[in-house]
Design a protein. Sequence first.
Length: 169
Amino acid sequence: MLALLLALVWTLGCGGDDGGPDYMDPPDHHMLGPDDCDPRIPELTEGMMASGQQGNIEAELITADKIPLGWYHNDWIIKFTDKASGEPLDDLEFGEVTPWMPAHNHNGDNQFPDIAKVEGAPGEWSFEDINITMAGGWEFQINIDDSAAGPDYVVFEVCNSQPEPDAGE
Ligand SMILES: [Cu+2]
């Protein structure tokens, strides 16, 4: 019964074609599973880099509690540096920060990670409870600003290729 309910919520929660790139759209929404990430979307790895779209800030995944990416709760530590100077960024301001599934245009059930500076680790920030609610391709979108480096928009593209855990797990 729970599985049926979840399937219903799932169906309602994920819209149809968003007009995005074709490879983002799985052929059948109900067939999402381990094989549905486009091969261009990488698995999560330590040391994975993401460059801000405005060229001001670089980000590196230092570590994560689940590698590869897993369902629901994920904790990451990311190091941010000024792309021009290479200096670690310890005084960042964060705008919207969210996991996002481009194929269906949804976030992780409106749950957003808790962000904190990692004490004693230059440029490193922790993101707790990144909520990954489906298998498939995800973005971790970070809107960010730094008084020296400038504003930027950093996106980590990652695949959730794991099978869904049983309810209650
Ligand atoms: Cu989805």
